[in-house]
Design a protein around this ligand. Structure first.
Ligand SMILES: C[S@@+](CC[C@H](N)C(=O)[O-])C[C@H]1O[C@@H](n2cnc3c(N)ncnc32)[C@H](O)[C@@H]1O
Length: 355
């Protein structure tokens, strides 16, 4: 193996077409050796640079895995043997005696997805071959990822037990039959990604939300299905169950002009507007503390998408900083986001004296 032992590598999955944005993000964090693929990026750097680069989540990465710096050529029909002999050497070098399993993955592109039929064939065979070579099985050990690209290369990566994320970085969310638009999945995913285990605390039936640019109502539906009352702002019509729903008050007006009479728990915004205008709107809501938390979508039709996102992050963060309260701002390109990203801005409870 020719990998330079002083440098390490990470494999980051992303939406196809956003490799340059993810690369720009890595470069901004001091990582200069970047190899963009289709639907993924491999970034290499010394361990200190890489550790610092990954301390904060990346906007454009769906999954980030520590990987081997070299790709394995899979020229013949036998894919199992080359993967196994490479994996065996790598795991031994790393002092990994057992793995929790093998996951075969591929890029989220048409060519990448064409390999999906290999998953069921290869996973058990690679796992079996590694066991035969003495690699143990332990639920608390790392998961071995075998990432297959259409150019007949495989890359090996590891994730810490329990933190592998979704297969291929793609969540499988069911479209709720009663929701009026597919956009509902964007907010459902944002809740999962941003709130995680804290979802029950963050979305309670006694809460109130404002939805700016609500029609036809997919985001509003996410709130009312959790018992949260919604003020839905949009000149357009709400659809389905949301019309004449006691949990929803629909106001036909400009979302940029709306001001709540009382502070609410949530403000969400999916209006199609320039990202800088949306960031200023969110900043105004947070600075005036009209809400405790906000989820907002930033449409990115421009070329320099990473730079635009960072400008928006700065605008929202500065407004929250000015309040003197603890807060977080996170921006991610979710699976259900197309030419867009989704942000979370929220105030955090005061840190307790006992930490
Ligand atoms: C992408 S759609 C929202 C979809 C919605 N989140 C859902 O899940 O069904 C954008 C909406 O923003 C509304 N909109 C755009 N500009 C607006 C403004 N200035 N004030 C209020 N609504 C606006 C549009 O009428 C449109 O219904």
């Amino acid at each position: 193996m020719t990998m330079n032992m002083r440098s390490q590598a990470v494999l980051a999955y992303c939406r196809a077409g956003f490799e340059a944005d993810l690369a720009a993000e890595f470069r901004d964090r001091g990582v200069t050796s970047i190899e963009p693929g289709a639907g993924f990026v491999v970034a290499r750097a010394g361990p200190r640079v890489l550790e610092t680069a990954l301390r904060r989540e990346l906007t454009f990465a769906r999954t980030v895995l520590r990987c081997h710096g070299d790709a394995i050529p899979l020229s013949g029909n036998d894919r199992v043997s080359p993967v196994c002999s490479f994996a065996q050497t790598w795991l031994r070098e790393e002092g990994v005696a057992a793995i929790s399993g093998v996951r075969v993955e591929f890029p989220d592109t048409n060519e990448g997805k064409a390999q999906s039929r290999l998953v069921e064939i290869l996973e058990p065979r690679i796992a079996h071959a590694l066991r035969a070579e003495g690699i143990g099985s332990d639920a608390n050990a790392p998961l071995l990822h075998v990432f297959l690209t259409p150019d007949r290369l495989a890359r090996l990566a590891q994730s810490v037990a329990g933190s592998a994320g979704w297969r291929n970085g793609i969540p499988r969310l069911r479209m709720p039959a009663a929701a009026p638009s597919r956009s509902t999945l964007k907010l459902a995913e944002a809740f999962q990604v941003f709130l995680g285990d804290g979802i029950e605390r963050a979305l309670r039936p006694d809460m109130r939300a404002v939805d700016l640019g609500a029609a036809p109502g997919g985001w509003t539906w996410q709130f009312i299905s959790r018992g949260v009352r919604v003020m839905a702002i949009d000149n357009g019509d709400l659809k389905g169950d949301l019309v004449d729903n006691a949990m929803v008050k629909h106001l036909r007006m400009d979302g940029f002009r709306f001001e709540p009479k009382q502070a609410v728990d949530w403000m969400v915004c999916d209006m199609v507007e320039k990202p800088s205008r949306i960031a200023q709107l969110v900043a105004r809501w947070m600075e005036r503390q009209w809400c405790t938390a906000s989820i907002f979508n930033l449409k990115l039709p421009m070329k320099k998408r990473f730079e635009e996102v960072e400008k928006c992050r700065t605008v929202v963060s500065a407004a929250m900083e000015a309040t003197g309260r603890r807060y977080e701002v996170r921006i991610r390109q979710l699976y259900h986001d197309r030419e867009e990203v989704t942000g979370l801005a929220r105030f955090l409870p005061r840190a307790s004296r006992n930490g």
